[in-house]
Design a protein around this ligand. Structure first.
Ligand code: ACO
Length: 332
């Protein structure tokens, strides 16, 4: 077979949706529960507020709302979906997968649905998995969700984490295209990073008991400085790697959509890869770090700026450590 004559099939994003809870946690709210200040938080993180999900709701509820918003906005038929991948570190339950729960809530009785946990890199991991499913031609319509109810695992009084995180969900619809779509991705992980960023208790190693329920180990804990440094280095390296592999320069990129962890991290990555001013998208100011949801939410909120044919670079870093970059041609 002469492969040079074969036309490449891409997985393209043809629709996008998002959902964030109504309830806002502002910097002034945090000033009342710990020793911090609005000025410090804005200066060191760029964050003014985050959204917090109601206590009786869970990750699947935000994902379902994001999907329904997308379906309505783009006039899509849910019954066309044949695979649903959910990137989350905060599943509704340990089992079944949150993807199963979402499918059931949407009335999808026989969809292939599964979760993927790569923390803040989860959406990029799931996007590449979804793209691969389309490229095999065995699946025609794949949903990729990034959703996290991380506030459940943040100690409201801990100023080293409560300033950063919020809840949300984003989703994209993938379909085959001959014109363009996800062009390439570079995804990596290194488990030795787990000591710097984790939620230790609640798994099979440290099952939750009475003692752990009242300990710090049930919450997200991190070494902020180590994570900051590694995040800048890893996201920058991943972006440059993907550009070089595709014989592109940073000037070819229309938009950089980085994981939203800290505005100073976003700015440092932009400086490190030398992207022109105004091309880096950010919505951290009003949402904080929503873990696997930051990238789809950031695209969704900036959708009017994206033009068909734009070259978009996505990059993320998270617990694991896990990190990577994806390059895509915007087709929606
Ligand atoms: N309010 C007021 N003062 C504070 C606060 C706060 N919330 N936190 C720390 N300080 C103080 C410290 O005590 C210290 O005071 P000192 O100089 O008198 O000792 C000073 O401010 C500086 O503290 P640092 O810890 O050095 O602050 P830094 O600039 O590193 O900012 C932060 C901390 C915001 C956590 C930063 O390190 C960061 O964003 N790191 C990345 C974390 C991250 O992104 N995690 C998620 C990754 S993705 C995922 O998978 C979840």
């Amino acid at each position: 077979m002469n492969t040079s004559l074969q036309t490449r099939l891409f997985a393209a994003i043809t629709a996008i949706g998002g959902y964030v809870p109504q309830n806002r946690r502002t910097n002034n709210d945090l000033e009342k529960v710990c020793d911090t200040s609005n000025e410090w938080i804005i200066k060191r993180t760029g964050i003014k507020e985050r959204r917090i999900l109601e206590e009786d709701l869970a990750t699947s509820d935000m994902a379902v709302r994001a999907i329904l918003n997308m379906v309505q906005a783009y006039n899509k038929d849910l019954q066309d979906i044949d695979a649903l991948i959910v990137a989350t570190s905060t599943p509704d339950m340990l089992m079944p997968a949150t993807a199963n729960i979402i499918a059931e809530k949407l009335g999808l009785k026989s969809v292939w649905a599964f979760d993927m946990n790569a923390a803040c890199s989860g959406f990029l991991y799931a996007l590449d998995m979804g793209a691969s499913l389309i490229e095999t031609k065995r699946y025609q319509n794949v949903l990729v969700v990034g959703a996290d109810n991380i506030s459940t695992y943040v100690n409201e009084q801990d100023r080293s984490t409560n300033i950063l995180f919020g809840d949300g969900a984003g989703v994209v619809w993938l379909e085959a295209s001959l014109e363009g779509g996800i062009m390439d991705a570079y995804l990596r992980s290194n488990g030795s990073g787990r000591e710097f960023l984790n939620i230790e208790a609640g798994g099979s190693l440290y099952p939750l008991d009475k003692e752990l329920m009242s300990s710090e180990r049930r919450y997200l804990r991190q070494d902020g400085k180590a994570v900051f440094k590694q995040a800048v280095q890893s996201m920058s390296d991943a972006c440059l790697h993907v550009l070089e592999k595709n014989n592109l320069t940073i000037d070819d990129v229309s938009w950089l959509v980085p994981h939203q962890a800290n505005q100073r991290i976003i700015d440092a990555v932009g400086r490190s890869i030398n992207i022109a001013e105004g091309k880096t998208l950010s919505n951290i100011e009003y949402l904080g770090n929503t873990i696997a949801a930051t990238i789809p939410l950031c695209i969704w909120e900036n959708i009017k700026r994206m033009k068909t044919g734009d070259l978009v670079m996505l990059t993320a870093f998270g617990a694991g450590f896990s990190w990577g970059a994806s390059l895509l041609r915007w087709m929606a």
